[in-house]
Ligand binder design. Structure first.
Ligand code: UDP
Ligand code: MG
Length: 313
């Protein structure tokens, strides 16, 4: 199978029929073999009824229904597990992403040998203040911190090589950072392509202000897990030692000052407090490192590495 299209949806009943027939037209015009996996993320409207009707009409449609709303990341993760195509396209269900982009994305990823081609909503039809401006800031910060420089990291429309989606796990709000996760997993050929974007035709956006907070917390987790997930002591131990040695140095100095030069009023010296706090925090960091190591040792995938190829077996 050439392409799996994965579409997470949450209360999008109005858009689905139009979206599916549009995808079907594009796919058959280009003679692709394909499947479309619709993941109903606990919709409370009639989305699932619409999905089942579409499935009965068209054999290429497959549906997965969550019992409750788990979020876009969870939906994508399930879709990734189910996908059978050589290349995987993700797309939003609200008709903001155009299925007409599928052939050119497919051509670009195959000919360029890329791991990911990410869509870039160069001309975007969303609210400037609540969506476009925050998105610029967010893409800038993420690029700086992760080293993955994309104009539109969180674009719903992307194409992946199958191996990429099999090697990563998305949860929380991490769908915003899939290229970063992919980079940590070892997939470095990541590029972008300007794509057509439309205003939302039906319904409302499913993401509110919480996305700012959760989004940045998840970025922090990704960067930490990516770098130190398999060796937490390397970061906690280093900083624990530095802070502890600083505290110890201060206390040695204070002890010499007291006994050799008879300086009193120890508790009135700010340095005294810096010394105590450094010793305590240093020990705490070290302990966090040991705990982290214990947890890593017990985790099932502590020795899981992504293997690209094996020959001669
Ligand atoms: N979505 C989902 N689960 C959620 C929230 C959103 O599956 O909890 C889907 C939603 O139905 C849509 C896509 O994720 O297909 C993008 O959501 P939306 O269009 O609301 O985001 P925006 O375009 O406003 O950033
Ligand atoms: Mg949308």
């Amino acid at each position: 199978m050439d392409i799996s299209v994965i579409i997470p949806l949450y209360n999008e009943e109005e858009s689905l029929p139009e979206l599916i027939s549009w995808i079907g037209q594009v796919m058959s015009a280009n003679q692709f073999s394909y499947e479309v996996i619709l993941i109903d993320d606990g919709s409370t409207d009639n989305s699932w009824e619409v999905v089942s009707q579409l499935q009965q009409k068209s054999a290429f449609v497959k549906g997965i229904r969550f019992l409750r709303n788990y979020g876009k990341s969870a939906a994508l993760n399930e879709g990734f597990k189910a996908a059978q195509g050589d290349y995987i396209i993700t797309m939003d269900a609200d008709l903001q992403d155009s299925p007409d982009e599928i052939p050119s994305l497919y051509q670009m990823i195959r000919e360029g040998g890329f791991d990911i081609v990410s869509g870039w909503k160069k001309k975007r039809y969303d609210n400037a203040l609540t969506k476009n401006l925050p998105s610029k800031l967010y893409n800038y910060v993420t690029g700086k911190m992760s080293g993955v420089k994309l104009h539109d990291m969180n674009c719903g429309l992307k194409i992946y090589r199958r191996k990429v989606v099999q090697s990563i796990e998305v949860y929380g709000e991490m769908h915003r950072y899939i290229p970063v996760l992919a980079k940590w997993a070892g997939f470095r050929k990541i590029t972008e392509k300007p794509v057509v974007h439309q205003a939302r035709k039906y319904g409302v956006s499913k993401f509110g202000w919480e996305r700012f907070v959760n989004g940045f917390l998840d970025l922090a987790s990704i960067l930490f897990i990516g770098k130190y997930g398999k060796k937490p002591m390397h970061v906690f131990g280093l900083w624990g030692s530095i802070v502890f040695l600083l505290g110890a140095g201060i206390w040695i100095y204070l002890a010499i000052a007291k006994f050799a030069f008879m300086q009193y009023k120890m508790t009135e010296r700010p340095l005294f407090y810096v010394g105590i706090i450094s010793l305590v925090i240093g020990t705490q960091l070290f302990l966090a490192g040991f705990l982290g190591e214990l947890i890593t040792r017990n985790s099932a995938d502590r020795n899981h590495y992504n293997i690209d190829e094996k020959i001669g077996f």
